[in-house]
Design a protein around this ligand. Structure first.
Ligand code: NAG
Length: 332
């Protein structure tokens, strides 16, 4: 009888290992004054981040968490309007956090006049890794989160922070399960910046199964698809940058490019990897769009020149397919 009970318990705990609840799952409910389906400002060390509590939030049901970083000169609210991660058409169960960048004056003599940027920008000195770690700690203590399903996305400089800073940090590359930069500005400090903009990219995540999904517009004149010199530093050729992730993950020789879908003649998806690892590194090129968050709806990026597809559901599907594999698998 005793043996049977142990067997039954074993079966239950191996099922429970499908997710890992954060300390906040011990709480009785949401913080005072918060309800499912609402937004709240929070701060760590004086820096703001905007929190979305999803409509389906419930203690006892750990929520996946997405951090979404705004573009240079933009705001958490602008990123929310762009990424649609809090739109019920796309998400009703994930927590979403919009961290805020560091202010830089945009005009002389008036210190109320500034815009916000990330430390990938050569002119910004901020510890965005510590900021991110502090946000994650606070979120896990305050809310019931599945710590195996913490993911990062962002636009432009926000994509740069995700793809160059967070994903290349040995600690954060093991905290976030997967990364999805959009039109990322992957600034790199190199001596000589010239075509073909293929140079060594300093990045050491100490992890060789980093899931990376990158979107880019072929008409992007802010972060050029083929690379560029910008603000005194260097932006890599995008397909080359993506390929370096496939090299990191040991899948660079297994590559396939196809149209994204039958009704997207100008959009191509490149997937690295075979079998279980197929698509571990994925790149979506939208040849006909500019420096935009790809959306079939009008947004502040496209101003009506909409894309053939929505990036948002592809990102969320990618995140669902790539939780942290803490229980075996090829981790490390
Ligand atoms: C959060 O703070 C920003 C900036 O101060 C403000 O504009 C916004 O209304 C606040 N949002 C919420 C949900 O309180």
């Amino acid at each position: 009888m005793r043996t049977l009970q142990f067997l039954a318990l074993g079966a239950i705990s191996s099922l429970a290992a499908a997710w890992t609840p954060s300390p906040g799952c011990q709480l009785q409910g949401l913080p005072e004054g918060q309800t499912p389906g609402s937004f709240h400002n929070a701060t760590v060390d004086g820096r703001r981040y905007l929190v979305f509590v999803p409509p389906e939030y419930a203690i006892g049901n750990p929520a996946p968490l997405v951090l979404s970083y705004h573009g240079g000169s933009r705001s958490p609210e602008n990123q929310r309007d762009l990424d649609l991660l809090t739109d019920p058409d796309f998400n009703t169960h994930r927590m979403v956090v919009y961290p805020e960048g560091t202010p830089r004056p945009t005009c002389e003599s008036d210190n109320t006049c500034y815009k916000r940027y990330w430390s990938v920008d050569p002119g910004i000195d901020a510890d965005d890794k510590s900021f991110t770690r502090d946000i994650l700690t606070a979120m896990k203590e305050t809310y019931c989160i599945d710590t195996d399903a913490v993911h990062a996305t962002g636009k432009s400089q926000g994509g740069g922070i995700v793809g160059s800073t967070l994903a290349c940090d040995a600690d954060l590359a093991h905290t976030f399960a997967a990364f999805a930069p959009v039109s990322g500005s992957f600034y790199t400090d190199v001596d000589v910046c010239e075509p073909p903009y293929e140079f060594e990219i300093p990045c050491d995540p100490h992890r060789h199964d980093v899931p990376m999904l990158e979107f880019h517009g072929g008409q992007d004149t802010t972060v050029a698809y083929s690379g560029a010199s910008r603000r005194g530093v260097c932006l890599p050729n995008i397909p080359y940058w993506v390929e370096q992730w496939a090299v990191n993950d040991g899948i660079s020789h297994e590559v396939e490019t196809t149209p994204l879908a039958a009704d997207t003649p100008n959009t191509y998806i490149t997937r690295y990897g075979r079998g279980r690892k197929k698509g571990l590194v994925t790149h979506v090129l939208a040849e006909n769009i500019a420096h935009d968050w790809p959306s079939t709806r009008t947004n502040s990026d496209n101003e009506g020149a909409v894309a053939e597809f929505d990036a948002t559901p592809l990102i969320l599907h990618f995140f669902d397919e790539h939780p942290l594999k803490k229980h075996g698998g090829c981790h490390g």
